[in-house]
Write a protein that binds this ligand. Structure first.
Ligand SMILES: Cc1cc2nc3c(=O)[nH]c(=O)nc-3n(C[C@H](O)[C@H](O)[C@H](O)COP(=O)(O)OP(=O)(O)OC[C@H]3O[C@@H](n4cnc5c(N)ncnc54)[C@H](O)[C@@H]3O)c2cc1C
Length: 254
């Protein structure tokens, strides 16, 4: 994806931190980096993941959100796949409280689906999250997976990773404009938008063209047609001002 973006003129600046959003009274003007360098831009898109709340604060946006976002710590564990398991889709099992997916080379990933018995690990500052897996959560999650797959072995030593989700209150992303003209939002990805990234990029590009061309997305939300499916995607679903999605499972499964 990065190569494709470069072919279309994207330029990456790694190891640079945005410390301020430049703006006039009503419109974004660019960003300031920690080095002091200022980059001017007609449009700025907040894609800061678990740090998206901090970027919104810099831009002074969020007062009209009906959906809240907050960082949440998570762990995903890695074991050998149970015998006979073939590669296949992700399995979300809300009864035992885990999702599972086989990986190339006979591995098996096990993550949590926020069961009531586990405390949700909301965190203030993603930079201070414990990024090491823990034995307790490994034991709990992999043992739960073994209830569904009784042949799954639960080795005594934990393997896996820890990370931070950018969770919205209905576990649905926000793909939208903000109240500051030119400042857009692709945030609240709720642990499930890596695979959707190319589609998210396409709908953000169409949304930005629509709004910058004078469209009022808040009153007349853009409907995009999927280029492969031909199906309509009503972007009101991802509005910062939407009513909470009552059909959400309230978990990473969306
Ligand atoms: C443990 C774990 C497992 C997951 N598993 C899956 C999965 O199986 N399938 C799936 O589809 N999704 C999965 N996800 C979710 C997926 O990773 C996210 O939806 C996706 O990464 C969101 O992409 P993003 O580019 O919006 O944000 P991110 O990938 O979070 O990137 C945000 C970037 O912004 C940068 N940034 C933040 N603040 C600043 C600043 N001030 N200045 C400059 N840069 C800044 C950060 O350094 C970071 O590079 C998982 C997430 C976690 C944590």
């Amino acid at each position: 994806m990065a190569d494709a973006a470069k072919r279309h003129g994207a330029h990456f600046r790694f190891k640079e931190e945005i410390v301020a959003i430049l703006k006039s009274e009503s419109r974004v003007l660019g960003v300031r980096l920690a080095s002091g360098e200022e980059l001017t831009a007609d449009v700025v898109v907040n894609v800061a993941g678990p740090w998206s709340g901090a970027l919104n604060k810099m831009a002074g946006v969020g007062s009209d959100f009906t959906v809240e976002i907050a960082p949440m710590r998570q762990e995903v564990h890695h074991v050998d796949a149970p015998p006979g398991m073939e590669s296949g889709p992700v399995i979300g099992d809300l009864d035992v409280g885990v999702y599972m997916r086989s990986t190339p080379g006979g591995g098996f990933l096990v993550g949590g689906t926020e069961p009531e018995c586990d405390d949700m690990q909301w965190i203030e500052n993603p930079d201070q999250a414990n990024m090491s897996r823990t034995q307790d959560l490994y034991d709990a999650q992999v043992t739960r997976a073994a209830r569904r797959f009784p042949d799954l072995k639960v080795p005594p030593v934990a393997k896996g990773i820890a990370g931070v989700y950018d969770v919205s209150s209905d576990w649905t992303p926000i793909y939208d404009r903000s109240e500051l003209d030119g400042f857009y939002l692709a945030i609240g990805t709720s642990g499930n938008q890596f695979k959707n990234a190319p589609g998210a990029g396409l709908i953000m590009a169409k949304l930005i063209d629509y709004v910058e061309g004078g469209g009022d997305h808040d009153t007349h939300p853009l409907v995009v047609t999927g280029s492969h499916t031909g199906l309509p995607i009503d972007l009101a679903t991802f509005s910062r001002k939407r009513q909470r999605n009552e059909d959400s499972s309230g978990t990473v499964m969306g």
